[in-house]
Structures are given as structure tokens and as C-alpha cells.
Design a protein around this ligand. Sequence first.
Ligand code: 5AD
Ligand code: SF4
Length: 474
Amino acid sequence: MREEITVPRSERGLQQEAAIKRLAERFAGQKMTYRITTLGCQMNAHDSEKLAGILRDIGFTEAEKEETADLVLYNTCCVRENAELKVYGRLGYLKGYKRRNPRMRIGLCGCMMQEPNVIAKLKKSYSWVDLIFGTHNLYRFAELLEEMYSTDSQIIELWDKADGIVEDLPSIRKHTFKASVNIMYGCDNFCTYCIVPYVRGRERSRRPEDILREIRTLAEEGVREIELLGQNVNSYGKNLAEPVTFAELLYMVSEIDGIDRIRFMTSHPKDLSDELIAAMRDCPKVCPHFHLPLQSGSNRILKRMNRHYTKEQYLDIVRKLREAVPEIAVTTDIMTGFPGETDADVEDTLYVIREARFDNAFTFIYSPREGTPAATYPDQIPEEVSKVWFDRIHTTLEEVMNARNTARIGKTLYVRAEEINSHDDTMLTGRSNENLLVHFKGDPSQIGSIIPVEIDEQMTYYLIGHPVGGPCNA
Ligand code: 5AD
Ligand code: SF4
């Protein structure tokens, strides 16, 4: 349900809607199917929900697997090389299926498509790809599909920058009780290893009224938990005509009836304000979880990465967060093998891991990305060396995580049941307020509810517990 009266629909939204209608008529009764594979971050996952929403409105249903789908879409990621290699591999594999099924069409979109060298390669060697579009023209998907089906030729549409923000795209969510909401797009930070600013463009914030309207509609549809998404949510709202801070936005979202949990991703340590820490302390709906990418614990490497903070400043933020919200879980991203890194730098990273006492971390081996400054640095690290450092980082992380989780045994965490456990159907799997993964005995009727669970066991990456008392739908 959308508020059509109070919100003038944009010209672009109307064009999209008209294309959806024409496609729906064209394919009526043909039982068309699709399969979307998403690589990369939550932003991409959320974009895929929008693509699926458009396909659903056209009348396509989800196929069980790619091999039998009429439309196969890859929403790609280019942050690391592995994700790109996977796409080329799958395209090779799907070529044979496409030959046997003349209805099959293959589409590529997402960050990788914003890289000129990728497009050159696809044009030269992957002629069986039918549709290519990028991150800035996702809302043109229905119109591009229409063009692809009408002309039966390869359609490539790429824009090198965004032309504003398009509101009100339909979307399909995996869960009925939780949803992601974009609050901003792009990134202006230009960390020297990172390709995101080049493929996602400059930082653009959505207006708070558009964000709040979307969340109110979601709450009316039964959504209880919201994750606010942006590459760097701490700088939300700075460039709006009427500037708003991220902390102010959190207070506004907290006012919305029906929403009981608010999460957000991702923050940059350099502009994390005391105001935001206070908002986390004062808004009970804002979950006690902070994902704060560290990348490296060495001041020398942080400088070379253009991160604009030191390990001391980073640890100071973590200390303030823990002081304000004692139960908070702090998670992070850590990279190793950055050009010029030494054993001593890795030692600094291990020190910060121990001091910050992370509850979880995504760890990566540095992958040079063409077009970024770090890819041109002469002192690249051999993979064998990075792997040794990567293992050391993991060992230290696991020690810290085990200690953190062991301290949770006997405590009660509030866990929203999200799904039936994939190994044992008498158990449910969910996320605690702190975003910890918890398995516990329960039945499917509890999915979507928040259950108090006493923790019995810890297994480094997840916890096992038993429900105590009745369901709690606070
Ligand atoms: N190589 C490896 N990891 C990277 N990341 C970003 N760029 C690269 C790269 N070139 C990691 C960072 C970031 C996360 C989303 O991906 O740790 O926080
Ligand atoms: Fe990439 Fe840095 Fe922006 Fe994060 S903050 S998206 S790592 S440039």
C-alpha cells in the first residue's frame, strides 16, 4: 500500500509502472520464471529485493534454480576480485543451458557493471549476455527488460553517475517481519583500497520524510524490525537542503508505532559523533549492536588507507560505546595484506582486536582493484604472506569471541525467531538484540516474535539456548 494522494509520483516512477504493465500483458499466461543471484553487501541484497518486486509485478515467479529459469540475473559485486571471477565462471556455465532453452535470458547488473574494463570484457567475450545495467539506473529495469524482449538484442545501459533518487519501487522481502531501508547512497570517503566510491557514486541522502513514510508503510504491512542502510550512515543528511544528523533520524524512526527494533549498517569511525552514541543509549528500539569497520590496527597503514583515524581514536570510540550501552556487541571488518603491511602492523591489528573485544568480524585479504590508488602502490604483498597474517587474525578473533560468548552463558538474550533451524526442525534460529546468532527450541508459530532465551552453550560463531517464560513481543 502506498500513499498515492500525499506523494506526487515521479515521472520516472510512472514510466517504470507503465513498462511493468505492458510487460505483464505481454507475458500473461506464459508462466515466466526468474532467478536472482546476489553477490556482495546488504545494499546489493536490498537492490535485489527491488528487482524481484518489479518481476513479481510483471507476473514472473521465482524458479527453483538458475538452470531452469527464463530470466537469470546476477547482481554483482566488485569489492574483491573473487566475486568477479565467480560471475565469469557462472556465465560460462550458463551458456550451455541457454543454448538448450531458447527462452532463457541472462542479465547482469550491480557494481561490477560500473567498471569500464568489465564491460569491455563482456562485450568482447560474453555475447550471450542479454542485458547489462548498472547501479545508477536500477529503477529503469522494467523499461530495459521491455527493450530486451522487444528487440531481441543485447541491451547495455550504463550511467556513470546517478541522476537523483527514485522513490517507491516495489520490492519483495525475504521476511515479513523485517526490512531494509536505504537512507543514503554512494560514498565520498575514497579509502585507497576501495572501489565503492567509483561504482556507487557520490554520497546522496534520502530526505527524512521519504524514509519515514517508507518505514510507516512497512510497519502497516507488519514489519517490526528495520535496518537502515548506507555505505557511511554517520554522514547521513549532511548534504540535504535542510541538514539532519543520523542521530536525529534515529530519534524520528523510533517514534514510529509498530517498529520494535532499529538496526543500521555501516558506520565509518572517523565521523561517529557523541550525539549518535547518546541516541543509542536513549532510544530503546535502537539495537545494542555497532558494526564499526576497523580495517587495520596500525596507524601507519590506516594513514595509507586514507581512513582518517588512529587506533587510539578507534579504541576510544569503542570504550565510549561500551560505557553508554554496556551490553553492546561491537563487530568489525578487518583487512590484511594491504600494500606495505609488515608483521609489526599485523601485531598492531591483533592488539586492537584484543582491546576492542570484538563480538564478530568479517575478515578479508586485500584484493587490488583497478582504478584505486592502492592498486598502484609498488609494495604489494604476496598472497602466501597475507594468508599467514589472515590466519593469525582469525585465531586472535576467535579467542576474543569465545571469551565474549562464554560470558553470555546463563544470561537471557531477547531473540527474534527468524526461521526454522536448517539442521534440526525442532529448533528456531534468530538474532538477539545484539545481533548474535542464537539457536533454541521452538515452533514455527513463533517466527517473527521476540523470545527471551537463556544461553546454555557458545560455539564461537553462534549461541545455543532455551526459551524462558512466555513470548515477548515488546
Ligand atoms: N580488498 C579486500 N577487502 C576490501 N574491502 C573493501 N575493499 C577491499 C579490497 N580492495 C572490505 C573492507 C570493507 C568491506 C565491505 O570490504 O573491509 O569494510
Ligand atoms: Fe569503501 Fe571507505 Fe567508502 Fe567504506 S568508507 S565504502 S571502505 S571508500
